[in-house]
Design a protein around this ligand. Sequence first.
Ligand SMILES: Cc1cc2nc3c(=O)[nH]c(=O)nc-3n(C[C@H](O)[C@H](O)[C@H](O)COP(=O)(O)O)c2cc1C
Length: 450
Amino acid sequence: MPLDAPVLFKRVPTAPWGSANERIYVDYDDYVAQDGYAALDKAIGMSPEDIVAEVKAAELRGRGGAGFPAGMKWSFLPPPDGGQRFLAINADESEPATFKDQILIQYDPHSVIEGIAMCMLACQLDTAYFYIRGEYHHQREAFERAIAEAYDKGVFGENSRMGKVNDRAPNLYLHRGAGAYICGEETALIESLEGKRGWPRIKPPFPAVAGAFARPTIINNVETLANVPHVILHGADAWKGRGKGRPEGAPPQVPASFGTKLMGISGPVKRPGVYEEELGVKLTDVIERLGGGPLPGENIKAYFHGGISMGVISQEEAEQGVELDFDIGKKWNNLGLGTACITVIPERTSMVSMARNCARFYSHESCGQCTHCREGSNWIYKMLTRIEAGDGATKDLDMLLELATSMGSMPGHNICGLSDGTNWAIRTIVNKFFGEFEAAVSSKRTVSLV
Ligand SMILES: Cc1cc2nc3c(=O)[nH]c(=O)nc-3n(C[C@H](O)[C@H](O)[C@H](O)COP(=O)(O)O)c2cc1C
């Protein structure tokens, strides 16, 4: 069946925030009326290996930030051994200015639930935990309602249309987080799920081998799973007909950017909101065509294009043709696509202040296990506070860059990627807006205001 519209999530009301009243909760019957659960029914007639093979062929990459190929992750699981096997759905969504999963969870929950059921079938996982950000009260209510509908309609439970999965009745439970950014990191999420402090685990072993309760566990982002029904219903080729694809002339083993992506826009634009676009769309196009351009009287200075942890992109770079795809990091000196939720930074913003604010976030959210992250983020925060107050010196800027660089994910230095986020956020802001930092240290006051 060919895809008949540029937008896959037809049910996702991607209207701007201002039109929130236009959004509706899509219940089970509405969802089914729009081809909903047809992909699950198709998957029930397929072997688990064939479902995984189709997702692999589609080269569907994770939408949680790192872009890891979903089919490949699924194939890392050991064969069933009679014990329990888990799926953990990452709905923690705590990256600053990121709110794309929220829209799916609250308004189109069955697209996520269908993807969850299909992943359970493909990977032979009997139990799924939907780990949702603690602050998402309305989203939790909507999702719990959808889970109840799904049980009622025979998606999960003793009477599941999937029958037994891994020799057990398939079940889906919702688990609330308690507002910690670190619990979005997949192994911290597992610790938290197990009732412990959200501290990332040293890998290996990877969760596919020993995850929740030391059993094989797949962890995927909400949006990644919501894409699976489209891949199975329409086929890998249709999926690959969308998006930018592979970089020109690259061999097939080079990871590509296929399909669409939910993109958020926040900041002083006319139509902030969540939109769905094909990967490879120009950043300026998203801001102008979808976001309506800057508000009257505002000029854009820079963007965080994927949450703050991927680093910053200047307006000059954007005008040179920055494209939102998985190769953005290699081309524009940042960490990667991240969540593709864009924060527009207006001209009037002080980048020194912006950097200080980011450092404050990382310092507060570091779990404290790794010395680089625990000490470095707080040290950077203190230095930036001093620089912003006019008490910095030129040598502080070298120190700032050296410190941030040393926080990158050098093998064996950090357990998780939080520290690398600090590195990219701070280093790109300081490097790309160095003049503002120089001006801040050269206007050194004689009396400290700190
Ligand atoms: C500090 C930190 C926070 C993270 N927060 C999230 C999050 O809120 N949601 C998410 O899906 N992934 C988050 N991730 C990435 C996850 O560790 C993991 O890669 C992802 O859930 C895998 O799903 P995917 O392959 O479907 O993208 C975070 C990673 C780090 C290092």
